[in-house]
Design a protein. Sequence first.
Length: 309
Amino acid sequence: MAKKVSWAGVFPAITTQFRADFSLDIEATRKVIAALIADGVSGLIICGTVGENNALSKSEKLALMEAAKDVAGKRVPVLAGVAEYTTALACDMAKEAERLKLDGLMVLPAMVYSAKPRETLAHFRTIATASEVPIMIYNNPPIYKTDVTPDMLASLADVETIISFKESSGDTRRFVDLRNMTGDRFIPFCGLDDVVVESVALGAQGWVSGLSNAFPREGETLFRLAAAGRLAEAMPIYDWFMPLLHLDARSDLVQCIKLCEAIVGRGSPVTRPPRLPLDKQETAEIEKLMRDAMAKRPKLPDVGLRAAA
């Protein structure tokens, strides 16, 4: 039986840091993780989409999981992305995450194969039996081409280790639809940055965020204000943040987020091929967005975050 969890708040999907030769830089990744925790985020996702899961070897994934858990200690929950080509490989990663005492898994449909709904459900059910680590189901049909609908999620309500879902379709109605089917059975997370306030209004208890890698205090403050119903204070921050939050909905979101992170001095923009650097025009556009954002960075209301790092 999965342990009881109370996941809530902003869980950045951590970037994986690489050197100029594309080799894995564990120490730089540890620094990224430590800085996010110091700035008050509520949890961490290692080896997710933004973490370039499919560009990593198994040994690299395990090294990153171990580093994240070591840096976080018991301060915040650490979830590991499980994005594998076969169900057997995904089960193996679930067992490894349990061995490393991670707090949860963020499980994607099988990579590359566009599965039928019953195949996707069998994939999730089999992974759920491989360990007792709590699972967040990750739905992102625009990127991964497999849609995990509310009906499909509802059919997994009997699987005790599946306790949460991350919705990145952009269709916020799904939070209501699933709640009508299953009540509070699952912990709902927003997975698309530019619909976070709407998602919270419709019941999202957490946010797996991309741009909070660059602006973690702004992300956590925005989420807490929205969750507390302090919309008059939340909306100016949302308006300020929105041009950047739109980057999370692009197919090249990883390059965009890493560039933003680098501009504020929190990481490197290097991504592994086949992800290539943004071209000159794209880079210039994001640099302008970041200049504007940093020039107009809002004063943040008190939401209980500890002093800035």
